[in-house]
Design a protein around this ligand. Structure first.
Ligand SMILES: C[S@@+](CC[C@H](N)C(=O)[O-])C[C@H]1O[C@@H](n2cnc3c(N)ncnc32)[C@H](O)[C@@H]1O
Length: 223
């Protein structure tokens, strides 16, 4: 399939599998456990492919959360709907901006292996003509608008860095131990290869004044 085969598509490959990012999923679960409860959370698997990610989140990490999977590819969604997931807690929808607004806002959005063009960008010195930063930024803006204040955007295997987004300063990276290093190469907003190992940050919390005050370490007297 070519990049333009599905309108609005980022990654066109549909590879997925059950429990593909166990350390990350565990780290996000622990974050929510620390901050309160797992009950009633609303989660979005953006680019859910044939549904294994939704099944994973439902079965192993967030059995009491409402989980929506969206994808631009109607064929993989058909497969997703036949998966053995709990219909009281899971749902699949074809991606549209309206769906993101209607079904949100979300406590966490997982964008795993979606914001890239891989392996087409492997070893390429400049990817602006293949997958431009503006396309990444437009897609990420939808997620930014759909995540609750205090909620998380979890992004892994992306061609561009979250830190380069215009709204990145509204977020604070949360530390998740021992997350695997992404194999997808990263690029500057001009599309130039960065090279080297990508930063391990992949979960970003949307800060509001309330959230940042709650996260600020307490100062001891006299310091
Ligand atoms: C490699 S799969 C990733 C599946 C799963 N998230 C994982 O990591 O295992 C990428 C998926 O993203 C979907 N996708 C690409 N652009 C999208 C968009 N704009 N909105 C929703 N899904 C998209 C593709 O159709 C594909 O199924």
């Amino acid at each position: 399939m070519t990049e333009n085969a599905v309108p609005k598509s980022h990654q066109v490959d549909n590879t997925t599998r059950l429990d593909r990012y166990p350390r990350l999923f565990r780290g996000v679960r622990e974050h929510f456990l620390r901050s309160g409860t797992l009950t009633g959370l609303k989660l979005l698997s953006f680019g859910c492919s044939s549904g294994e990610e939704v099944e994973t989140l439902n079965r192993f990490y967030f059995p009491e959360a409402q989980i929506l999977g969206v994808d631009v590819n109607a064929g993989v969604l058909q497969q997703a709907r036949t998966r053995c997931v709990d219909p009281d807690f899971t749902q699949f929808e074809l991606f549209s901006e309206a769906t993101m607004v209607q079904k949100g806002p979300f406590d966490a959005i997982f964008a795993m292996s979606v914001f890239c063009l891989w392996p087409q960008t492997q070893g390429v010195k400049n990817i602006a003509h293949l997958y431009a930063f503006e396309k990444f930024a437009q897609g990420m803006l939808l997620l930014h608008n759909a995540v609750k204040p205090g909620g998380l955007i979890v992004i892994f295997n992306a061609n561009y860095r979250f830190a380069d987004l215009p709204f990145a300063e509204e977020y604070s990276a949360i530390q998740i131990p021992n997350v695997n290093i992404s194999f997808v190469e990263q690029f500057t907003p001009a599309g130039d290869a960065i090279g080297g190992v990508n930063p391990p940050e992949c979960a970003f919390q949307k800060m509001t004044s309330d959230v940042s005050a709650a996260c600020r370490p307490e100062r001891s007297a006299g310091v």
